[in-house]
Design a protein around this ligand. Structure first.
Ligand code: SF4
Length: 288
């Protein structure tokens, strides 16, 4: 799987002259007001839920326009990063995430596989590099890596080797303890993905085998180890709009914002508890 992410140079603060040129349209939606403020003052972490909701409720074309303005200010809009994601250990997961065909609790036809061996993983990374990817992400269907010392050491080895190939490396391995995060950092890991999935309120309807706070704890361990954080969520889980606002609010008020925020749309898979969920409209993705 290939993903594209923006690359962020730091361009704050911005001159008031450029700002007045950008916002001469006298638009007064929350999206316009907060975009102007963000460009003027830089990112902040003290958002209220009401502020996030007001932005979310802004007219969608305002959201696109002003979101693009902030994006173009914060990123080189002509530059993207191509990343390749490989599932290095598929299926057989003990967790009960209602959307996931890799959970061993659901009959989805996904076969449980062991961790891929080093040659296969390095070969896939090499192929990704040749295809233009500069970041290689490895995903493993585990609740956590505690108690999987052998597998964890293998992952450390993969991280080191891929870094030596000159690529950035990201992992999604389930929950991480502080020590594991430190070991991944020492191996050269660039970023770690661990999604919050949805709002704190809706979360227990989707997953019961680990808590929202455990997820946040993993993010803290990753951040404190000096690894970039990749954390977002999924829409189309049957959540209310308020839950989407809740997810955004949580991410926006983390002490340091995640470097990457993946927003996924549910792909309902037969056999999972969410198999009958309707496909989400593209406009819902735009709102986030
Ligand atoms: S922890 Fe990951 S692999 Fe396991 S069921 Fe949840 S989403 Fe699927």
């Amino acid at each position: 799987m290939m993903t594209i992410r923006s690359i962020r140079p730091n361009r704050w603060p911005m001159s008031s002259m450029i700002l007045s040129n950008l916002y001469s349209s006298n638009s007064s939606s929350a999206a316009a007001v907060q975009a102007e403020r963000t460009i003027r003052e830089g990112p902040r972490n003290d958002w209220t839920r009401q502020e996030i909701k007001s932005i979310y409720d802004s007219p969608v074309l305002d959201l696109l326009f002003h979101g693009a303005q902030v994006h173009r200010y914060a990123h080189n809009f002509r530059e993207v990063q191509q990343c390749t994601l490989l599932s290095v250990k598929t299926g057989g997961c003990s967790e009960d995430c209602s959307y996931c065909p890799q959970s061993s609790r659901y009959d989805t036809g996904v076969k449980s596989q062991k961790l891929m061996n080093k040659d296969a993983v390095i070969q896939a990374a090499q192929k990704a590099k040749e295809a233009g990817s500069t970041r290689f992400c490895m995903g493993a269907a585990w609740r956590e890596t505690v108690g999987r010392k052998t597998n964890f050491n293998q992952i450390l080895e993969y991280v080191k080797e891929i870094r030596e190939m000159g690529m950035e490396v990201c992992c999604t391995l389930g929950m991480l303890e502080k020590q594991q995060a430190l070991e991944l950092k020492a191996a050269g890991l660039t970023a770690c993905n661990h999604n919050l999935d949805t709002s704190r309120e809706y979360y227990p309807k989707i997953i019961t085998t680990r808590s929202y706070d455990e997820r946040l704890e993993t993010l803290t361990h990753v951040r404190e180890a000096g690894i970039n954080v990749c954390s977002g969520g999924i829409i189309g889980l049957g959540e209310a709009e308020e839950d989407r606002v809740g997810l955004l609010h949580k991410l926006a008020t983390l002490p340091t914002h995640p470097e990457s925020v993946p927003i996924n749309a549910l792909l309902a898979v037969k056999g999972t508890p969410l198999e009958d969920q309707k496909v989400i409209l593209i406009i819902c993705l735009c709102e986030l």
